[in-house]
Design a protein around this ligand. Structure first.
Ligand code: NI
Length: 168
């Protein structure tokens, strides 16, 4: 297990589209375990492989208060979205310190595989629905700030670049 380095917006690698996982092997299980460790250590409620510069369709999520309910989604697909939409304040480990309101479908049905390749479906609402959509966006090379106005995106980009230049 290892804690991996998380790419920071506006790193162009965050905009690569991830490829589907084809082999459900030990390498995949090691990636899942590293992603989980990285997410818990950050700490965050979700992490996509794209964020650690691995461009494969794998995400990990834990929205539980006790932080003991890891959910793994390999090759996740949104197969249904509600017409109802909801505004939620989102943040992202790749855009630290930035929290902005984003409107998305309130409920989604997602089909995915687990780490052993078994297909499952899940109906999600609330934070889990937000998180699934946010993380699947990462796999498609999309960061949540791209839903904001150009003006806000510019401000966030400038702020992130400034933080990057300052010594920690
Ligand atoms: Ni994110």
């Amino acid at each position: 297990m290892a804690v991996l380095n998380i790419l920071r917006y506006p790193d162009p690698r965050l905009h690569r589209v991830a490829r589907p996982v084809e082999s459900f092997d030990d390498r995949l299980r090691a990636l899942v375990s590293d992603l989980a460790e990285t997410m818990y250590q950050a700490p965050g409620v979700g992490l996509a492989a794209t964020q650690v510069d691995v461009h494969e369709r794998v995400i990990v999520i834990d929205v539980s208060d006790a932080r003991d309910q890891l959910q793994v989604f390999v090759n996740p697909q949104i197969i249904e979205s509600s017409d109802d939409r909801k505004v939620y304040e989102e943040g992202c480990l790749s855009v630290p310190g930035i929290y902005e309101e984003v409107e998305r479908p309130d409920r989604v049905k997602v089909r995915a595989c687990d780490a052993s390749g078994a297909t499952f479906e899940i109906d999600a609402d609330g934070l889990l629905a937000v998180c699934l959509q946010h993380e699947i966006d990462h796999l498609d090379g999309r960061v949540f700030v791209q839903y904001l106005s150009r003006l806000k995106q510019g401000r966030i980009r400038a702020k992130m670049l400034k933080v990057e230049r300052e010594p920690a």
